[in-house]
Design a protein around this ligand. Structure first.
Ligand SMILES: [Zn+2]
Length: 113
């Protein structure tokens, strides 16, 4: 389950930020998860709760923002919406589509006290 290592990465970042800002606790973490990133939001939530247990981020709310996928279709020479990482272009059906958005997961916002 790669969500566990992702959750640990998020916690690391949250702890670094909290320490830098002299926070007493972390209230909210907003995560952007791309639809093409193959990250399972429910699994990540579960892992986040597990890894933050006993940390400064214990009990922090986790907000997940769904980022739609998009890719550059070579035959169409246009950006098209993508539902899956190796999906076909919805316009021409080609698989020569380079994912350009929605492939990443990143921390958008951290709220601390
Ligand atoms: Zn196309």
């Amino acid at each position: 389950m790669h969500e566990m290592s992702l959750a640990e990465g998020v916690l690391q970042l949250v702890e670094d930020t909290a320490r830098r800002e002299g926070a007493r606790r972390v209230k909210l973490v907003v995560l952007e998860i791309g639809r093409l990133s193959s990250v399972e939001p429910e699994a990540l939530k579960f892992c986040f709760e597990a890894v933050t247990h006993g940390s400064i981020a214990a009990g922090a709310a986790l907000d997940i923002v769904d980022v739609p996928g998009a890719g550059w279709c070579l035959p169409c020479a246009a950006t098209v919406p993508l539902q899956e990482i190796y999906g076909a272009c919805p316009n021409c059906g080609s698989h020569q589509v380079q994912p350009t958005a929605g492939t990443e997961m990143r921390v958008r916002e951290i709220e601390i006290d």
